[in-house]
Structure formats: C-alpha cells, structure tokens
Ligand binder design. Structure first.
Ligand SMILES: [Zn+2]
Ligand SMILES: [Zn+2]
Length: 204
C-alpha cells in the first residue's frame, strides 16, 4: 500500500485544514469533496505511473481491482486507453485463470477511508471563527453523515446551523414556485434542493 499513499501525497499541495476551508467555497460537502479528490489523485497516479509498477499491479490483482463506483471515476479520467488496457488485461486474465475472489477490496475506497479520517480529525482542530467565516463567504456545508462524524463543539454547531439554513432556503424555494411570486429574481435558494440532496446523500 505504500506506493498507493505516495501517489496521493504527491497530489496534496495544501495542508489538510487549508484544503477543508477552501472546499467550503463550493456548494458541496467539504469532507466528501476532499476525500473524493484524494481517491481521484490516487487513480490518476495509477494511470500515469502505476501501470509500470509491478508491485501495484500485483496488489490490484490480489484485491480484485477496484469497485464499480471507482471504475466509473477511472473511466472518466482523461487518460489514454493503454493504461486501462494493461490493468484490465491483468485483472480479467487473473480472474479467468481461476483467481476467484468473493469480494473486491477496493484500494481507492481504502484511500478514501483514510483521507476521511484525516479530514474529520482536522475539522475538529479548526478555529470556529475560520469555519464561520468560510461558511459566510462560501456555499459549502457538511453532509449529515460528516456532521455526525465531527466532534461536538462550536465547529459542529456552525455546520448544523448551515444545514438549518439550507432547510430555510428549501421553504423559500417552494414559496417562489407560486405563480404570484414568479417575477421575483431567484436568490441563493435556487439550488437549495441540490445542496439538500448532497446533505442527505453525501458525494452526489
Ligand atoms: Zn460528506
Ligand atoms: Zn472503491
């Protein structure tokens, strides 16, 4: 696994705390976004350099490759088809040769679990002031699962307040669907339904 984590570390220019605060700019769960970025960096590293790494290919064979969700990410990477051909030839060949696996032990999921723990720990160490200020200027939040994974305290309260704000915006969004208010210009509530889906479902 060491080579896997090296691939992730190379793509990580900022501190964990800084990354989280930056992620609060976009209308997504900051922890989901950062963990997804970690696994995408890993898969990018595999595509760029991993196919020539004998140990990594052995590791993928042993684990049965990656899960369906991460094959979808893999497929969407801007990469030439050759690395995909080399990796899948390995995996399909070993399965057909009798390498039976009961379940896939996805290395990209493992990268995400490790990253998720790191980001949740970092959240607990953030200054509440810095979080409030990032929430005030950005549109980010934490999904329910990640709010529940955050240690109790001022930082968690700030994220709980943000979810209540999304709930208020949903009511406002519904109010504006009424024809009597249809002429009012759309406000920040216009994508509240999308943020609510992400609050409920995480990385959606
Ligand atoms: Zn999340
Ligand atoms: Zn996976």
């Amino acid at each position: 696994m060491r080579s896997l984590f090296r691939a992730v570390a190379r793509g990580r220019p900022h501190s964990t705390e800084h990354e989280l605060l930056e992620a609060l700019d976009a209308p997504v769960c900051a922890v989901c976004a950062c963990t997804h970025r970690a696994s995408t960096h890993y898969l990018n590293g595999v595509v760029r350099e991993g196919v020539n790494d004998v140990a990594l290919r052995r590791e993928w064979r042993r684990r049965g490759g990656i899960c369906g969700r991460h094959w979808r990410v893999f497929r969407q990477l801007e990469s030439p088809p050759l690395p995909a051909a080399i990796l899948t030839e390995d995996l399909l060949g070993s399965r057909l040769a009798g390498g039976v696996r009961e379940a896939i032990d996805c290395p990209a999921c493992e990268i995400e679990r490790t990253a998720e723990r790191r980001y949740l720990r970092a959240l607990g160490g953030l200054e509440p002031e810095a979080v409030r200020s990032a929430l005030a200027s950005g549109r980010g939040f934490l999904c329910l699962r990640h709010v529940e994974g955050t240690a109790a305290g001022e930082v968690r309260e700030a994220f709980e307040d943000r979810l209540r704000q999304i709930l208020d915006e949903l009511a406002e969004f519904r109010r504006r669907q009424d024809y009597r208010f249809a002429d009012e210009p759309a406000g920040p509530e216009r994508d509240s339904w999308l943020r609510a889906i992400r609050a409920l479902g995480g990385e959606v």
